[in-house]
Design a protein around this ligand. Structure first.
Ligand SMILES: [Zn+2]
Length: 502
């Protein structure tokens, strides 16, 4: 880094400066020592000569020299002592706070790099210290200095670090942090696989993320890293909540949605790719509707057959009463082959673009005939007509040792049942072995019964005319097959209907 380089440069300059100073003083002291030695020699051997030569002056010169030499020597000693102890160590600063003293920055750097390597091995990933580490030149005694294990332990206490991880971003927002890029990629492919289960793989034309999805490698606190399986679940569901139901015998999507009070729609959304009609005992269904953090958009090209609805044409007929209708020609759906692009977000259709369609079969219009004839008065006419078309399977009277109070007319379920004569409905509902039953009072003591019906079109109090459709043949009550049980009662007693029917 730039700052460090500058610092080191300054340090070097400072060293050079000190070196210069030291050699200067060393030279000075050498000179002084040599001059002192000379003086001694002079004083021992030549003093008389010097004294005799220069007389009183020499004495003064000698004294001055001696003082200067002594002062110089003392200064040299002080400086030597100062240099051997001053600024002999470094303080290691973590975020500006001194945490250790070392002889040399190199010692600290080596321990720091060993620490970093240890953290990297432990996390199986690149590591970065988050603290600012700097040095300051200081004075320290030898016993204050740290190195090796002691220094490592001391630094470890004060250092924090971040680990290189992979963060999944969606639209520039961080979604989840994984241990590494490979895990992040595996989460993304799990999300994709989960959401396109319901899409036919051979039909997929395009597949993309609905959001801008990226994996970025970042240094972050290791505690942000999420286990890969949890991460998949979280990204898919948008929540860490997990609730599942194990399908039991006799259960359906509908009954399960009732049981947990969630809508059928939500249950389907929570289980994309599951066919609601084909759930199996023991199958686990999700109960939490996903709010996925990443969405997969697919475009499928599909070809399928679609029904073409038929139109209905109305015809009038004087042979039917005004309130009667009859289908003369049953309508038939047509068919067309459709090519379309189906756009799905997370397996759920969001849009459909029609590409082409080809009619395979034209629809056939339905022709409905509506009556124009005025219906007869809604009261008894005194004569009866047959209540249904069909085969008589049981007559009135004794049958297998029992009295049969009417006649049985076998006909397919849904065959219209008509009032044998006009009158007023006095019963419409279920009655024991009769099953669904209608009773009509025609006046003059006559009442007719219509039993085992599948459908009842009238209610008590309704006035009906002779020949009016009042219900449909069925198989309700004590009945061994679809048929109409028809009775005529006179003053409360069953009579043989044959005596009254045409
Ligand atoms: Zn019967």
């Amino acid at each position: 880094m730039g700052g460090d380089g500058e610092y080191q440069k300054k340090l070097k300059q400072y060293y050079n400066h000190l070196n210069k100073k030291a050699s200067y003083w060393l030279n000075k002291s050498k000179e002084a020592i040599s001059s002192l030695k000379l003086n001694r020699i002079f004083s021992k051997f030549n003093i008389k000569q010097i004294f005799s030569d220069k007389k009183s002056n020499i004495k003064i010169v000698n004294k001055k020299r001696f003082i200067i030499t002594t002062v110089a020597l003392v200064a040299i000693c002080i400086i030597a002592i100062y240099f051997s102890f001053a600024n002999n160590a470094f303080a290691v600063l973590v975020n500006g706070v001194e945490v250790a003293k070392v002889k040399d920055t190199k010692i600290a750097e080596e321990v720091l790099s060993a620490l970093k390597q240890g953290f990297e091995e432990m996390n199986d990933a690149a590591v970065e210290f988050t603290n600012q580490i700097s040095y300051k030149k200081i004075n320290a005694s030898k016993k204050e200095l740290l190195e090796g294990k002691d220094l490592e332990e001391q630094l470890k206490k004060h250092l924090d670090y971040e680990v290189k991880c992979a963060v999944i971003y969606a639209d520039d927002k961080p979604i989840i942090t994984l241990k590494n890029k490979a895990e992040a990629e595996s989460v993304l492919s799990a999300v994709e696989e989960y959401f396109i289960k319901s899409v036919e793989p051979e039909n997929i034309k395009e597949k993309s993320y609905a959001e801008k999805v990226e994996i970025r490698e970042e240094f972050t606190d290791i505690s942000n890293v999420i286990d890969i399986e949890d991460a998949k679940n979280y990204v898919i569901k948008g929540t860490s909540e997990v609730r599942v139901h194990k399908v039991e015998a006799g259960e359906s999507f509908w009954s399960i949605s009732r049981k947990y009070n969630i809508s059928l729609d939500d249950l389907e959304k929570a289980n994309p790719g599951t066919n609601p009609e084909r759930i199996q005992i023991g199958q686990e269904l999700n109960l939490v509707v996903p709010k996925p953090l990443i969405s997969i958009k697919t475009v499928e090209e599909a070809t399928y057959i679609e029904k073409i609805p038929y139109e209905q044409k109305l015809e009038l007929s004087s042979s039917l009463y005004k309130d009667q209708t009859q289908v003369r020609i049953r309508g038939e759906y047509g068919e067309k082959e459709v090519k379309a692009e189906i756009i799905k977000i997370n397996g759920i259709e969001s849009d459909r673009i029609l590409l082409s369609e080809k009619v395979i079969k034209e629809p056939k219009a339905q022709i409905l005939v509506k009556g124009t004839k005025e219906p007869p008065p809604k009261k008894g006419t005194g004569t009866f007509s047959s209540p249904a078309r069909g085969t008589i399977t049981s007559r009135y009277g004794y049958r297998w040792g029992r009295q049969h109070n009417g006649i049985d007319i076998a006909a397919p379920i849904g065959t219209p049942v008509k009032a044998a004569d006009g009158g007023e409905v006095i019963f419409a509902g279920t009655s024991g072995s009769y099953g669904k039953l209608i009773k009509i009072d025609h006046g003059a003591g006559f009442v007719t019964y219509y039993g085992h019906l599948s459908k009842i079109n009238v209610k008590v109090g309704d006035k009906v005319y002779k020949g009016q459709t009042i219900g449909a043949v069925g198989n309700t009550g004590r009945s061994t097959g679809p048929h109409l049980h028809f009775e005529i009662r006179k003053n409360g007693s069953p009579v043989n209907p044959y005596k009254y029917l045409p």
